[in-house]
Design a binder for this molecule. Structure first.
Ligand code: FPP
Length: 256
């Protein structure tokens, strides 16, 4: 296993223009493969390699949270073989990369609906979270069987149950309480969301959390993603003016 970096050994320090939290929609695996007369699976397989490059780059840049959209609640509608291949890639990713992620002080968190997944996958996801729960470097949030509308509906249902039981009043259902009942509880909202493949939409990814995110849409397909692409997206982010509904002079005094 790789040598374990302690928090004090982490050299990378995030400068002010580097986002604390980046969300990534890894899109275009299928088109990348089709353009090369390869099976779609090859695009996903190369997508995992791009994911490794992305995680390494994020660690080295000192990014604190990276949330990757690896399987959406809607991806079940793909052909059974492709679903099974994506499950297989997740299993291989956890089995092959977990020790190295742990060695680099990465904390793995899973967001998404877990109870309906095959037992074998649930056990692997639990293992990844349990092994790395005390790590203090990059937090890698893997959105798997994730849908943001479902996440918000589930938070609303939990709060409604609290109200029905008389433990909360309707006016206690605040933005903060809703945030605290999402899968991302405790994680700051992403300042930047990157999507590859040229598509410009959120596709049910972090809808609540992205209220003030900047979006960068890259024209490359996910298997071609690398450190330079991540740096390019961050450079674009650094050029944006973020006002959070206020005016320019307020920025910095309101929220970061
Ligand atoms: C989008 O490409 C990508 C996905 C639906 C899955 C992303 C998965 C990986 C990068 C590999 C698996 C990684 C883990 C950790 C499971 P697409 O198939 O929608 O591409 P297309 O729009 O060109 O068809």
């Amino acid at each position: 296993m790789a040598t374990r970096e302690g928090a004090s050994a982490t050299k990378a320090v995030a400068p002010a223009c580097v986002p604390v939290h980046i969300g990534v929609i890894m899109d275009g695996n299928g088109r990348w493969a089709t353009a090369r007369n390869l099976p779609r699976f090859e695009g996903h397989r190369r997508g995992v390699e791009a994911l490794r490059r992305c995680v390494r780059a994020a660690r080295e840049m000192g990014i604190r949270y990276l949330t990757i959209y690896s399987f959406s609640s809607e991806n079940w509608s793909r052909p059974a073989q492709e679903v099974s291949e994506l499950m297989g890639l997740l299993k291989r990713f956890v089995r092959h990369d977990l020790a190295e992620l742990h060695g680099h002080n990465v904390r793995v968190r899973i967001i998404g609906e877990r109870t309906s997944l095959p037992k074998e996958i649930v056990l692997l996801l639990d293992e990844a979270e349990n092994l790395t729960r005390d790590n203090t470097g990059l937090t890698l949030n893997v959105a798997f069987n994730y849908g943001s509308r479902q996440e918000i509906a589930s938070a609303a249902a939990k709060l409604a149950a609290e109200v029905a039981a008389g433990r909360l009043k309707p006016e206690d259902v605040t933005i903060e309480r809703i945030s605290a009942h999402l899968d991302t509880a405790g994680i700051p909202d992403p300042e930047l969301i990157v999507r590859t493949s040229g598509e410009q939409r959120l596709s049910n990814f972090l809808l609540w959390q992205a209220a003030y995110s900047e979006f960068v849409f890259l024209p490359i397909h996910w298997p071609d993603f690398d450190q330079a692409a991540l740096q390019g997206a961050i450079d674009e982010f650094a050029r944006r003016e973020r006002r959070f509904g206020g005016v320019t002079a307020q920025v910095g005094s309101a929220r970061s």
